[in-house]
Design a protein around this ligand. Structure first.
Ligand SMILES: [Fe+2]
Length: 216
């Protein structure tokens, strides 16, 4: 079994993962930084629900590269500094399918030994499925959505709300949790959200009153 490498941030990665991470960084630094933070938050939630260590490892990998499909989104959509039009949004939404295809194409022995590659592919494909079935790309609902996808969605929402976007300032921790609380059971898995709400309070990844700082 190849050695598990550690990224600069202490996140275990394989050589293949390094290539994927590097590709995302070259394409879009924002997506790369977001992926790292979603990996941290997903790991925290995965541990809070007592996933096995190897599941947490695979979940963290999936979370880290969940938006890798954005490599295939054209610049005028991916890097647009304002809200997307309906047509542009449809293009952007294809990133979950593209990401699953990219990850499915790799065949790292390490991932096979983790028996996680299939889970990672599904986790990435479905990370924008909503609990009420109104998400994409397949409109899955409730527990038909892979568990790792439901975890990543919560981490993704929290990080997206608490970071500054080009077209809006960041929300504070409390404001972000209020938004997510309103969407509990519609967007997020309600039981998972409740665990996240408890876990994030004592987490080092909890955003401040001013949102997420520039340290990330
Ligand atoms: Fe995404």
């Amino acid at each position: 079994m190849p050695p598990v490498l550690m990224s600069d941030e202490g996140v275990p990665v394989t050589q293949v993962d390094r290539a994927i991470h590097a590709a995302v960084e070259v394409r879009d630094e924002h997506t790369a930084a977001h992926g790292l933070q979603v990996a941290r938050l997903s790991e925290a939630l995965g541990r809070a629900i007592a996933l096995e260590d190897d599941e947490v490892d695979a979940l963290r990998e999936a979370a880290h590269i969940h938006d890798v499909g954005k490599i295939g989104i054209p610049d005028h959509v991916l890097l647009k500094p304002s809200p997307l039009s309906a047509h542009e949004w449809e293009i952007m939404k294809s990133h979950s399918i593209l990401g699953a295809r990219i990850v499915a194409a790799q065949s790292s022995p390490h991932w096979q030994e983790l028996r996680a590659s299939t889970g990672i592919v599904h986790a990435i494909r479905h990370h924008h499925e909503r609990f009420d079935g109104l998400g994409y790309p397949d409109g899955l609902a409730g527990e038909a959505i892979p568990l790792w996808s439901r975890i990543i969605l919560i981490a993704d929402c929290y990080d997206a709300l608490t970071e500054t976007r080009a077209y809006r300032p960041s929300l504070s921790h409390d404001a972000a949790m209020a938004v997510m609380g309103d969407e509990r059971g519609r967007v997020s898995d309600p039981e998972l959200f409740d665990v996240f709400a408890r876990t994030i309070e004592s987490s080092s990844w909890r955003a401040t009153a001013a949102g997420r700082g520039a340290e990330l």
